[in-house]
Unconditional design. Structure first.
Length: 282
C-alpha cells in the first residue's frame, strides 16, 4: 500500500494552542516525508525544549526529546551511528538561537547530512511569553516590560556567514511552499537549515498573522552569491521566504573513513578488543 499521511499520525492529539503555527509545520513535514516515500521507520526526529519541541510526540517516527538547546548534538550522534537514517532536528528560536547557538554555528560548518527546522515565533512560548533572541528591538514581554534593548539575531544572515550549505526560510501558514523547502532540505546532501516563521497566537500579539502577511513575499530565484543572499536576509520591512543558498560540499560523515562505506550500526564489532584502551585508563 502506498505511504500516506495517516502513516505518520499518532493516536494522541497535539496540545498546541488552536491556530498555533506549529500545526502548519508538522503538516508540511508529514507531507514532505510522504511525497519523498520515506517510511516512518527510516526517520528520527530529535527535539530540544519548547512548544515546538513536543513535535516528535505527535509524529509516528523514531523520536528523541532531549535537553534545552541540545537537539543538534544528539542528532549528530545519531547520524554518526547510523547515517542511513533520515535525521531531522527541530526546536524553537529560544532553543536553537539561545541555548543552542554554539551547536547551530558548528553544525553549519560541520555539514552533517541533517535537516534542522527552527520554529521561529520570536518568543519563548512554553514558558509563557518571554523575549527570545529573535524578538525585535522594543518588543514588550513579561521579561522585558520596558522593551528589548538588543538587536534581534538574524539566523539566515548568520547561517550564510557560517558556511551553511542549505539555507532557507519558510512560513508556517504557507504549507505547500514549506513542504517543498523541507523536501529539498532532506534531499540535500549536507546540513539543511530552514528557519520557519510562525505565529504564537497566545503570547506574541505583535508578530501576528496580519504582521506576517504584510511583509512576507516569495523569493523568485536563489541569490547568486552569499553577499546578495545576506542583503536579502537583512531586509526588515519585508521578509523573503524560499531558498537563500545551496551548494554541494562533502559531508562530515562522508569524510570519516571508518563509516564512509558502512554505517556504524552495521559493522561487526566481534573482533574489536577494547582491553588495551581500558587498561590505559587505570
Ligand atoms: Fe503555539 Fe504559542 Fe501556544 Fe506555544 S504558546 S502552543 S507557540 S500558540
Amino acid at each position: 500500500m502506498p505511504l500516506q499521511l495517516l502513516d505518520y499520525n499518532r493516536p494522541e492529539k497535539p496540545d498546541w494552542c488552536p491556530a498555533c503555527g506549529n500545526f502548519g509545520i508538522i503538516n508540511a513535514l508529514k507531507m514532505a516525508l510522504v511525497e519523498l516515500k520515506i517510511s516512518p521507520h527510516q526517520v528520527l526526529v530529535v527535539s530540544g525544549i519548547g512548544c515546538s519541541s513536543k513535535l516528535p510526540h505527535w509524529l509516528n517516527t523514531y523520536g528523541f526529546h532531549t535537553l534545552h538547546g541540545r537537539p543538534l548534538p544528539v542528532a549528530t550522534g545519531a547520524k554518526l551511528a547510523n547515517h542511513k537514517l533520515t535525521v531531522i532536528a527541530v526546536g524553537g528560536d529560544g532553543d536553537g538561537y539561545g541555548l543552542g547557538m554554539g551547536h547551530f554555528m558548528h553544525s553549519l560548518r560541520r555539514n552533517l547530512d541533517l535537516v534542522y527546522l527552527v520554529h521561529n515565533n520570536q518568543i519563548y512560548g512554553l514558558t509563557k511569553g518571554q523575549t527570545s533572541p529573535t524578538s525585535p528591538t522594543g518588543f514588550i514581554s513579561s521579561s522585558t516590560p520596558d522593551g528589548v534593548i538588543e538587536v534581534p539575531f538574524n539566523p539566515i544572515a548568520a547561517a550564510l556567514s557560517c558556511a551553511g550549505t542549505f539555507i532557507a526560510r519558510g512560513f508556517s501558514d504557507n504549507i505547500q511552499h514549506l513542504k517543498e523547502l523541507i523536501k529539498k532540505a532532506i534531499i540535500h546532501k549536507g546540513f539543511g537549515f530552514i528557519d520557519v516563521l510562525q505565529p504564537c497566537v497566545t503570547f506574541n500579539k505583535q508578530n501576528n498573522r496580519v504582521w506576517y502577511k504584510e511583509r512576507i513575499y516569495e523569493l523568485k530565484e536563489v541569490p547568486t552569491s552569499r553577499v546578495q543572499a545576506i542583503e536579502i536576509a537583512l531586509q526588515t520591512d519585508k521578509l523573503g521566504i524560499g531558498l537563500f543558498w545551496q551548494e554541494q560540499k562533502s559531508t562530515y560523515e562522508g569524510n570519516l573513513p571508518q563509516i564512509k562505506d558502512m554505517a556504524l550500526v552495521e559493522q561487526d564489532i566481534k573482533r574489536i578488543d577494547l582491553r588495551m584502551a581500558l587498561n590505559n585508563l587505570v
